[in-house]
Design a protein around this ligand. Structure first.
Ligand SMILES: *Cc1c(COP(=O)(O)O)cnc(C)c1O
Length: 336
């Protein structure tokens, strides 16, 4: 590597989003909460079809699809999945046929991400069970069918949280570190919502590559075990390190910090704390969060400020991962 920004170029990617996303200070919120210094990284503004964190992962994953000369892109998620919506839009940009496989009950009148996915996809397959393993299986079956019909399908697993997809967040950390250097500031902590774990794994590898001390706290949004857990994220970081030829990196289990207690009643069900957090950021800064991921993650940040876990002298950043269409879904109804 000739400079410290070289790692994200180890793998090729396609350009899908608007980068760098802005990193800005939230002075109104700071005043309201009485310190510490709070910034936000706007990955809700990555651009493509309402943006969010999946765009960064898809830049790497879909480059592989292009290189393999595929015709169809299939992926899987919940009915209101941001990942599926983003993948459908990205496939369109690249001239590929997008196929969505969704687990759960579709709303009678299409709303939120389901509405957008229906608009973007060539084919939307619904597995009535909210068990996403079943949806995964349906996706594989559909891919097999496409193959026998003479097509070349490419399947992307839940959240695109493969080592290749997580490279998007190694790159994101490099981008962030650049911005910090330009501003001549350092952060003690990053808070973000953790789902399938790729975001946290990528950020953690990025941090280790650059040797920064910033703590990365992934806030859990579900108690289901196919979502984030420390061993899964740790394994993913090791896979990424291998991909980068940096098996010398020593990422330990203690580096994977998951914050629990803000999941509410479950995945994609809004929580009272999350709804209050959404309202707080909207009314202080005019910035919108979503009920499934970022509202819950932001609630953890606010709680950690209020209970003194975050010192008043600290400088922290909330990494906004997007999810805005979910504000317009059934599960979202604000209940504060
Ligand atoms: C998918 C998603 C996350 C979680 O990212 P993972 O890499 O799956 O952990 C967080 N926020 C939003 C809005 C998402 O769509």
């Amino acid at each position: 590597m000739d400079d410290r920004l070289g790692y994200s170029d180890v793998l090729p990617r396609v350009e899908l989003g608007n980068f760098p996303t802005s990193l800005v200070r939230l002075r109104n919120l700071e005043k309201r909460l009485g310190g510490p210094e709070i910034w936000i990284k706007r990955d809700d503004q990555t651009g493509l079809a309402i943006g969010g964190n999946k765009i960064r992962k898809l830049e790497y994953v879909l480059r592989q699809a292009i290189d393999q000369g595929v015709s169809h892109v299939l992926t899987v998620g919940g009915i209101q999945s941001n990942h599926v919506r983003s993948t459908m839009a990205a496939a369109r940009v690249l001239g590929l046929s997008p196929v969505a496989v969704l687990g759960g009950k579709a709303p009678e009148v299409p709303t939120g991400n389901f509405l957008l996915t229906s608009l973007l996809a060539d084919d939307v397959i619904i597995s009535d069970s909210s068990n996403l393993m079943k949806a995964e299986q349906l996706m594989q079956e559909r891919a097999e069918e496409l193959k026998t019909e003479g097509h070349q399908p490419f399947t992307i697993p839940l959240g695109a949280s493969t080592s290749v997809g997580a490279m998007g967040y190694v790159r994101a950390f490099e981008e962030f570190a650049d911005q910090c250097e330009e501003l001549r500031i350092e952060f003690s902590r990053i808070y973000h919502a953790s789902g399938s774990g790729g975001t946290q794994a990528g950020l953690t590898v990025g941090k280790n590559l650059l040797g920064l001390e910033t703590q990365i706290l992934g806030v859990l949004v579900s108690k289901d075990d196919y979502f984030s857990c420390p061993t899964k994220i740790l394994d993913l970081t090791l896979e990424i390190a291998k991909l980068l030829g940096r098996t010398d990196l020593t990422i330990k289990k203690e580096d994977i910090i998951l914050v629990s207690g803000f999941e509410g009643a479950g995945y994609a069900i809004s929580s009272p704390e999350g709804s209050q957090a959404i309202e707080l950021l909207a009314k202080t800064e005019g910035i919108l969060l979503d009920p499934t991921y970022t509202g819950k993650a932001f609630a953890a940040l606010v709680d950690h400020i209020e209970n003194g876990e975050i010192g008043k002298e600290e400088r922290i950043v909330f990494w906004h991962t997007g999810g805005l269409p979910d504000l317009f879904s059934e599960g979202a109804l604000i209940q504060s």
